[in-house]
Design a protein around this ligand. Structure first.
Ligand code: ADE
Ligand code: ZN
Length: 327
């Protein structure tokens, strides 16, 4: 499973930070972060809302562009070791300069440089999706969308939203999504991880996204599932994340296979891998064990990811060749 070439569309860069990396930075900066770690060195949190708080605490030691560059290198090294050849990573200007455009440009420059080096050294391609954070509210999403619009193109291919889905409505953020769309960015948002099928509807109808982060709760509205399938909306499924956070109690009750069987374009990602004690190899192993997914199904989901990737066509063609093993 490890060696199958993989495309990953849903990865939060801060959420992918290995705990040892964050602990190391905390020690360098003499910040006591012991409260966010278990004794055996994992991230410690009780539930999703606490997870968001621990996540934020971990980012507090990512104090500048250099720290983010180191983070990108560490994350891409780990992803590449699991056969990932392409990763679309969520980048939050809220964590990179507090939403200030000038600061964001500096962070972005460092992130992009680290990503280019990783591509040369490890053969993994990264693209960035700028994300606003839902529980910070619509007002805060505006400067983030402006950061996205100002730096759109090339490395920055998309705009999205993460955070607490139970705060507000998708449509409250339409100004930000319109701004990003007008700048030529492709759109995705977290929906239907916690908020039910209605959130997925809101994401598609009110924000006009072409991909949905998670989206799995659409399964509770089969009419919606059929619309998603017919319109070719791609779901960024993260089954290990959903099971770890208790959205679904077990792997065999996760709806990814039901969605696929009904014609939805599903893809596989890890979301925040060390937080959920997972990686792409483990996701593939559990999909194989739980649903009998074989090489043909993994090819299908990687082709779905390739088609839905926000990169340009030259990059898509290179990735297609790598998936086929011709380069
Ligand atoms: N931010 C990081 N991980 C997230 C998740 N799983 N859902 C929403 N926001 C997030
Ligand atoms: Zn996510």
């Amino acid at each position: 499973m490890k060696n199958i070439p993989k495309l990953e569309l849903h990865l939060h860069i801060e959420g992918a930070a290995p705990p040892a990396f964050i602990r190391g930075l905390a020690a360098e900066k003499k910040v006591d972060l012991s409260r966010i770690f278990t004794e055996d060195g994992h991230y410690a949190y009780r539930d999703f809302n606490h997870f968001l708080k621990v996540y934020e605490a971990a980012t507090s030691v990512l104090t500048g562009p250099a720290e983010f560059a180191r983070l990108v290198t560490a994350v891409l090294e780990e992803s590449a070791s699991h056969g990932v050849i392409y990763t679309e990573s969520f980048l939050s200007p809220d964590f990179c300069g507090g939403g200030d455009l000038g600061a964001w440009r500096e962070y972005l420059h460092a992130i992009e440089e680290a990503a280019e080096k990783a591509e040369r050294d490890m053969g993994i391609t990264m693209r960035g999706i700028i994300t606003c954070i839902r529980h910070l509210g619509p007002e805060k999403s505006r400067p983030i969308a402006e950061c996205a619009a100002e730096t759109a193109g090339g490395f920055i291919t998309g705009f999205g939203m993460g955070g607490d889905e139970m705060t507000g409505k998708q449509r409250d953020f339409s100004w930000a999504f319109d701004c990003a769309r007008e700048a030529g960015l492709r759109l995705t948002t977290h929906a239907g991880e916690w908020g039910g099928a209605a959130e997925v509807r809101g994401a598609i109808n009110d924000l006009g996204v072409e991909r949905v982060g998670h989206g799995v709760m659409a399964i509770d509205d089969l009419g919606l599932v059929d619309e998603i399938a017919e319109n070719g909306v791609t779901l960024e499924c993260c089954p290990g994340s959903n099971v770890f956070l208790g959205v679904y109690k077990t792997w065999d009750t996760h709806p990814i296979e039901k969605l696929r069987e009904r014609g939805v374009k599903v893809t596989v990602s890890t979301d925040d891998p060390p937080f959920f004690r997972t990686n792409m190899t483990r996701e593939y192993e559990l999909l194989n064990k739980t649903f009998g997914w074989d090489e043909a199904v993994f090819t299908e989901v990687n082709q779905n990811a390739l088609a839905a990737a926000f990169c340009d066509d030259a990059t898509r063609e290179k990735l297609a060749n790598r998936l086929e093993g011709t380069s």
